[in-house]
Design a protein around this ligand. Sequence first.
Ligand SMILES: NC(=O)c1ccc[n+]([C@@H]2O[C@H](COP(=O)([O-])OP(=O)(O)OC[C@H]3O[C@@H](n4cnc5c(N)ncnc54)[C@H](OP(=O)(O)O)[C@@H]3O)[C@@H](O)[C@H]2O)c1
Length: 334
Amino acid sequence: MKGVLVREFRPFAEVEVTEMPDPSPGPGEVVVDVSAAEANYPDILVIEGKYQIKPPLPFSPGKAAAGRVSAIGPEVDGIRIGDRVAVQVEYGAYAEKVRVRAESCFAMPDGMPFEKGAALGLVYQTAWFALKDRAGFKPGEVVLVLGASGGIGVAALQLAKALGAKTVIAGVLGAPNAEVARRAGADHVVELSGEDLRDRLRAEISAATDGHGADIVIDPVGGEANAAALRAMAWCGRMVIIGFASGEIPSIKANYLLVKNIAVSGLQWSDYRDRTPERVREAQTEIFDLFSQGRLDPYVSRVVPLQRFHEALAALRDGQAQGKIILSVGGGDT
Ligand SMILES: NC(=O)c1ccc[n+]([C@@H]2O[C@H](COP(=O)([O-])OP(=O)(O)OC[C@H]3O[C@@H](n4cnc5c(N)ncnc54)[C@H](OP(=O)(O)O)[C@@H]3O)[C@@H](O)[C@H]2O)c1
């Protein structure tokens, strides 16, 4: 099979698609012929050896994919050859075949294209756990999503809306990104660049919520936006730290936490995948159900052939990606 092969940790521009051995499934595992793989910002960190989990060399990157089951190992029940599935893995999805634990394989609803199945992977899972697990989301709450035009951002906006948020506010950079956030269901959009962000953000969110503030802040951005969002929170608000797309890890001012009884928590989604697969299945079932009901739909802004994966990762690195970029892999089976 062909796949992206990382022989040593290095810049992704120096990594190529190459011929490599087909995987075979061990006990409790299946092999899936990949039709679509999700390109994610963390893939860059994994390839460069800067991610918290370093795969054993050599390896293929890629954390989520969709395709058809082509081989089944011993001790696997309920999965058949040819099943259309979405899968989640620590690495390995940037290839024509991926080996995956059966418990991390999810049957796709009828009629769901593989691109959408792959796009409903890592970022929707992360947004679901951020909202429902870390933030304890309740219908009727106000949710502020930073980096709202990106992968996590669009997923969090759509999920918060679909789960019954009263008001969903998107924090974005620039007018084109504001449009993406509106299309994803944002009730209000706030600009995260420019002068006086700290005071302006608090004033705009107060005005948008009749003085209430944000019950929940979903933050994949960090930096200045994080500090400003903290000041815009409601009493007993919950902030979830997901990533640092701005490149700056924020320092949280503890006095804000004390004054408004605010809780700040971190989220590392892959731990849920490995420690509580049954909750990940619960999340994927709800995400697929919401898709089938027409209540959320991933925004796939570009589909790029696997051979040109560099383009997808460069767009993510350079802030040129909106919603999701998907890699088309293999025969493009439907
Ligand atoms: N904790 C976890 O389990 C987990 C899971 C998945 C991802 N992550 C992390 O979450 C982060 C975001 O992932 P993603 O897939 O959403 O990435 P993405 O698609 O590249 O989106 C990043 C978003 O942040 C915005 N942004 C960048 N710099 C900013 C700044 N200085 N101020 C305000 N907004 C800024 C971007 O806007 P522009 O496009 O205009 O630059 C974009 O909307 C990454 O750091 C990733 O590693 C963590």
